[in-house]
Each structure stands twice: as structure tokens, then as C-alpha cells.
Write a protein that binds this ligand. Sequence first.
Ligand SMILES: [Zn+2]
Length: 257
Amino acid sequence: MNLQKYARQTSLKEIGMEGQKKLLEKAILIIGLGGTGSAAAELFSRLGVKKLIMIDRDKIENTNIHRQILYNYNDIGKFKAETAANKVKEINPDIEIEFYNDTFDSSKINLIEKADLVYDGTDNMTTRFIINDACNKFNTPWVFTSANEVYGEAKGIIPGKTSCYACYNNKPENIPSCAVTGVINTLPVNISSFAVNIGMKIMLGENIDGDLYFIDVYNISIHSIKINRNPGCRSCSKGEYDYLTMYYSNMGKSILS
Ligand SMILES: [Zn+2]
């Protein structure tokens, strides 16, 4: 493959030709193609990877357009995953694409098995616990993101190396979605840019700290807290994958909001 189109990043000491070749061997699964997920799909496709697998059951609504930068007004009513797949093909035709207009739940963890990195673009804790258990089971690194109001969170997770999502969260809680809280339109792009950078470092084989980062884009602040591995963690320490059971295999609107 001609790597000339990646010249501005292969000339970086952080990536180089060797790094670019590593990236071009990676398959990435993006779960949730909303604010942060759709921006991540664009960034990963421009970065240059082997394959993007994308899953989201939702259709594009007019209230999405102010912040979900991959979509336009004429996309309203179309499936997000399918629309994202079409846009990404236009951005970088060399990337293999797989998409599912469907809910991600414990019946879809084969998608995680196929991925080298998972990007969490979801908006609820239950799905994140499923992702976390599956990533620990298959030893797949992932990046957690969330974005509400004017602040968001991001954390890289490498099974066996960093703390995992269940190390510091006990059980799913009902967190108000951005449909309730509102969300400023600069936030998802900021968070996804930060999180894709963490994912890039993981794919390049670099160590990450596994800290939980908080970004407030309106008040312009970023801080982090250290999250150590929890030796009592049911998922990453004991290998008890509570969220991969059948109970979480048919998640409809009643569970996911
Ligand atoms: Zn853990």
C-alpha cells in the first residue's frame, strides 16, 4: 500500500513509518455512533487503520446534528451505523468496513473478539459493563468515553495492565443522558479526539496510565484521577463475567435509554 497520503503523520517521531504500518493492521470496533463515536469514526478513518466495525441501533435525529459531526440534515431518519459507514468509505476507501444497525449487548461480543481495540461511544453504564467483561475475557484494550453538559470523561483500559471499568464502578446506575442534561456542541469532538489519541497510543504499543480524565470544555480545564487496579474486582481480577450472561443478551429501549 502506498503510504504517501499519511506523510504528515509518518514524519512524526510519535508515529513514523513503523507506527503507521502497525495502525494499518488494526481492526477497531466502535460501539455507539453518536457524538463521540461518530467523531471517532472520522478520526480513525483519517488516521489509517485496517478495519472499522461499527454498531448502533439508532437513526439520526434533527437534535443530533449540532454535535454529531459526521451527519448532515439530509441524513435525518437514516441509520447512524450505515450512514457512518458510507461517510467513512468516502473519507478513506482503503479501510474495510463492517456495520450493524443493531443494539450492542452480550449476544454481540463476537465483535469484540474480532477487534484489536474497542471504542466506547455509548451513553449508559450497563453496556459499558458488558464491554468491560468482554474485553477482559478476550484481552482486548478499550477506551471509555462519556459526554454530558459541558464536561466529559475518558479512560484507556488495557486488560491485565491498567485498572478496568469494574475496578471503580460497582454496578450500573441510571445516569441522565444528554437528552435530559443537554450537551455543548464542542464537547464530543474534544472528548473523542482525546480518546482516539489514547487508542492510538495503545495500538502503537505504548504504555498508558489508565487514569480517568475529566475535561470541562466550557470552563477550559482538564484533570485526572489515578485509578489503581482493584484486587477484588470481579471482572479483571476474578474473571467472573456477570454481564456476559443471557440476561444482557436482549437489551431493548427499556434498559438502554
Ligand atoms: Zn477490574
